[in-house]
Design a protein around this ligand. Structure first.
Ligand code: TNX
Length: 539
């Protein structure tokens, strides 16, 4: 009798698990419910609030793309229906929602429209992966909320350029994993990708390079092909709107004072030495293609000495003009201004930079960099925006209100949080998704090895950080630098499934993290990647 009972229980649980085994990121609380509900094309979708229209649109778009039907939408209930609502109150957890499914209905109720949207994402993961026209969902009761407020993915569109259609796909991938921030890296040595009306040369000249090195840096040649592209302001607006419908904030990054060769190619006076050709700053053993006179957009990777001149006031006028247009396009609270990898060689030999250091009482070029960032921060703050910078902005003194993105390990983040600054953790080990997902690497990458397991086990709140400072860790982000990703399939291959692992780190309760359990759920997730038609690392 006991054995029969136990095996029945096991059968019920494994059936139930068979369904919830597809959930990534894992919800905080999952309990089996009564019976099961079949979604068909006549199932009514009941929506009472206009504020849930984004969730309705996404759900119906997903159903029609992957299952070939949409649900009729109504404002009132019948006997069997799915209801989306945003009416919960009294829950302090961020993005809290409840999803309830039994044999009569499925209800998703959130504390705010974003929470309801995340509940709807969970529903999508409860759908069987194979395409049928009746989608059966077992009874379940889920209570869930986000662990971290900042859940980010970055994409470098400067080393390689990706079309609007792919940026939208990328944003969808974020939404499907309950990420809420897209960090869009728009300017680099190898290309300027955002239209700025006041400075048309930025895209006319700065968005194009005459060739790209082939093979791993320093490379085995140059493809000799003109390469580039940019987003018009209309396209930027379209993408920002698209992301906002998915409760994703787009944070633009406009790099300064380093990684600025493309801007300098367009406007040489931004350099300390406008008359010096870019080729002079070009690393040895890399092959140049085409015109090598004057300022040029770079054709290889790395770090270049030709950076914005910190001595000329014109540089700051340019930066403010650019940021002014950027702010009008991006409603985000944050603007990322880079701040990383800025060599000081030119500043050391530039009379104007040296003069600036004297007049501002700066003891070295690190303090000059800090002056640069602080001046830009004042401008952003006066426009109601908060500056984010890579952890190099700690050198020479942190700008008073800056958020630090810790990439060279965790130490920058620990130091900034120690100084009571907000921090986004993005350490190159393990959340640089340009590093190889496999060992040995099976395609050309920048090097390094960040396994799926290392991403899954990553803990954004550093052990070494004083408990009193934990609240300064806003969350974490994976970075997707594209030196070695020249097509969208490669980008997908590098982010999947590591991005799924990171979503769980950022969303799910810390205590629920379990690698073996995740590995089982990943088997279902792989089927979902197939459904989406994305390329992913199968090892
Ligand atoms: C460092 S991370 C960079 C990028 C490179 C990346 C390659 C950071 C702030 N700077 O410019 O693309 O390494 O992994």
């Amino acid at each position: 009798m006991r054995i029969v009972f136990l095996s029945c229980l096991l059968a019920i649980l494994s059936g139930f698990y068979g369904q919830t085994s597809a959930l990534i990121p894992l919800p905080a609380v999952i309990k089996p419910g009564k019976g099961s509900f079949s979604i068909t094309e006549s199932t009514l979708l009941v929506v009472k609030n206009k504020q849930d229209s984004n969730s309705v649109r996404f759900l119906n778009q997903y159903l029609s793309t992957h299952y070939g039907f949409k649900l009729p939408v109504s404002t009132s209930a019948t006997s069997s229906y799915i209801e989306l609502n945003t009416s919960l109150s009294g829950h302090s957890n961020s993005n809290y929602y409840e999803l309830y499914a039994d044999d009569k209905h499925i209800t998703i109720d959130g504390t705010d429209p974003a929470a309801t949207f995340y509940g709807m994402q969970t529903l999508l993961q409860l759908l069987p992966v194979q395409k049928t026209n009746s989608l059966k969902i077992k009874g379940v009761h889920i209570k869930d909320s986000a662990r971290f407020a900042y859940r980010g993915m970055h994409l470098d569109v400067a080393r390689h350029f990706f079309p609007v259609s792919f940026i939208k796909k990328y944003i969808d991938y974020l939404a499907l994993h309950k990420f809420n921030t897209f960090h869009w890296h728009l300017t680099e040595d190898q290309g300027w990708r955002i239209e700025i009306k006041k400075y048309p040369e930025l895209i006319r000249k700065g968005a194009w390079r005459n060739g790209t090195i082939t093979g791993k840096y320093p490379g085995n040649g140059n493809d000799g092909k003109r390469y580039g592209g940019y987003y018009t302001q209309e396209e930027i607006k379209e993408i920002v709107h698209y992301a906002s419908e998915r409760f994703i904030e787009v944070i633009p990054e406009i790099e300064l004072p380093g990684h600025s060769s493309a801007a300098i190619a367009a406007y040489p006076e931004l350099s300390c030495f406008p008359e010096e050709p870019s080729k002079m700053y070009y690393p040895k053993n890399c092959q140049w293609h085409g015109d090598s006179t004057g300022k040029q957009v770079q054709q290889t990777w790395g770090v270049f000495d030709d950076v914005y001149c910190a001595g000329k006031d014109h540089t700051f006028t340019f930066v403010e003009d650019v940021l002014s247009e950027v702010m009008s396009l991006f409603p985000s609270k944050y603007i990322h201004v880079g701040g990383d990898e800025c060599p000081k060689n030119n500043w050391k030999r530039c009379p104007k930079c040296q003069q600036r250091m004297k007049s501002e009482n700066l003891k070295d070029e690190h303090e000059l960099q800090s002056y640069f960032i602080q001046r830009v921060e004042k401008y952003l703050n006066s426009n109601g925006k908060t500056l984010i910078g890579w952890d190099e902005i700690l050198e020479g003194g942190l700008a008073p209100n800056a958020v630090v993105m810790s990439w060279r390990g965790e130490s920058g983040g620990i130091e900034a949080a120690g100084q009571s600054h907000n921090v986004i953790m993005s350490p190159n080990k393990p959340v640089y998704f340009d590093h190889s997902p496999n060992k040995p690497e099976d395609s050309l990458t920048i090097g390094g090895y960040n396994s799926l397991n290392s991403v899954y086990l990553y803990e954004p709140v550093p052990q070494k950080l004083n408990v009193a400072k934990h609240a300064f860790i806003m969350g974490a982000q994976a970075n997707v630098w594209t030196e070695y990703m020249d097509n969208t399939k490669k980008v997908e291959y590098m982010i999947f499934p590591r991005m799924s692992a990171l979503s769980e780190v950022l969303w799910s309760p810390k205590g629920k993290r379990n690698w073996n359990d995740f590995s089982v759920r990943l088997q279902e997730q792989r089927k979902r990647y197939n459904l989406w038609g994305v390329s992913y690392n199968r090892k």
